[in-house]
Design a protein around this ligand. Structure first.
Ligand code: PDD
Length: 279
């Protein structure tokens, strides 16, 4: 089935779809986004993603967009593409207008989506765990809003790759571990899981929320509290969570092995529980 794009109601092959050069998303990063995955022809946590999309739009003072409208547009695209394991990218920009930092009140939202097959992560990587590096967080102070301004995330991910690592996690100036470049971060200590509380410094991840529910159901205690960089190295396990990442165990941080140097039992248990729920 073809990879398709949606542009303000029009659905065509991605290669035939163009966005005007004066889209404010393109010129100012004035846009929000979501990334949703499907398993076996079923969209996972669609409602939760669309709720967050709405919150991001409110965060940038975008006009209100009817939730049923965007939901039916997503279903329409998903049905047309007929993919079982798809990734849908949604981007809503404030609109298209002659370049000016401020905007006119009557500017119209521009809605784009793409649908592509999900490239599953190599199972070997999942089995062995990943190496990550820490990077000082120099992003803006509204990381709870899912805007397309993710250049710093992209640079940190590239830095990790250039150093032979898989990903990076952001650490604040005062040594608090926040999240990954496109994922949330968890530690396992004394059988409990610990993650950063929901503040403006991290994205309220949908997978984070699902994992916390799954953990509660299997009797694992959760603590939402600040983790210092020095605490990292006394953890038994650590993992990243995200829509594509799912749950990915960490084996080293800045070259230092963690726990047994491979994804631990709790990480694996939660991964199996997530797949079961999603499939
Ligand atoms: N990113 N933190 C950041 C900075 C993210 O970009 C993401 C997701 C997450 C995890 O959120 P969720 O569990 O809702 O996917 C946390 C998406 C996948 C992306 O940028 O493509």
């Amino acid at each position: 089935m073809p990879e398709l794009a949606y542009l303000n109601g029009d659905i065509r092959p991605i290669k035939e779809t163009y966005v005007p050069i004066e889209d404010r998303g393109y010129q100012f990063g004035d846009a929000v986004y979501e990334f949703i995955a499907s398993y076996n022809g079923k969209l996972f946590c669609l409602k939760e993603h669309l709720d967050r999309l709405q919150k991001s739009m409110e965060g940038l003072s975008f006009p209100k967009l009817d939730k049923e409208f965007i939901e039916s547009a997503v279903h329409d695209l998903f049905k047309k593409a007929g993919m079982q394991r798809a990734g849908i990218y949604i981007q809503i920009s404030r609109g298209v207008a002659p370049r000016d930092h401020a905007w006119e009140k009557d500017i119209k939202l521009q809605i784009i989506m793409t649908i592509k097959k999900v490239n599953e992560l190599d199972p070997e990587i999942r089995k062995k765990g990943i190496d990550i590096i820490t990077v000082q967080d120099e992003r803006w102070s509204n990381c709870d809003i899912k805007t397309v301004q993710i250049l710093f995330n992209s640079m940190a991910k590239q830095k990790a790759k250039d150093q032979g690592a898989f990903d990076a996690i952001f650490v604040s100036k005062d040594g608090i571990v926040r999240e990954g470049t496109s994922s949330n971060f968890f530690l396992v200590k004394d059988g409990n899981i610990i993650t950063h509380p929901l503040t403006k410094n991290i994205l309220p991840g949908i997978t984070r929320m699902v994992i916390m529910d799954l953990a509660r159901n299997i009797g694992i205690k959760i603590q939402e509290k600040f983790i210092s960089k020095t605490e990292l190295f006394s953890a038994q396990e650590a993992f990243l969570t995200g829509t594509i990442t799912e749950i990915l165990g960490i084996k080293t941080i800045d070259g230092v092995p963690l726990g047994k140097g491979k994804p631990g039992e709790i990480t694996q248990k939660l991964y199996r529980a997530l797949r079961e729920k999603a499939e």
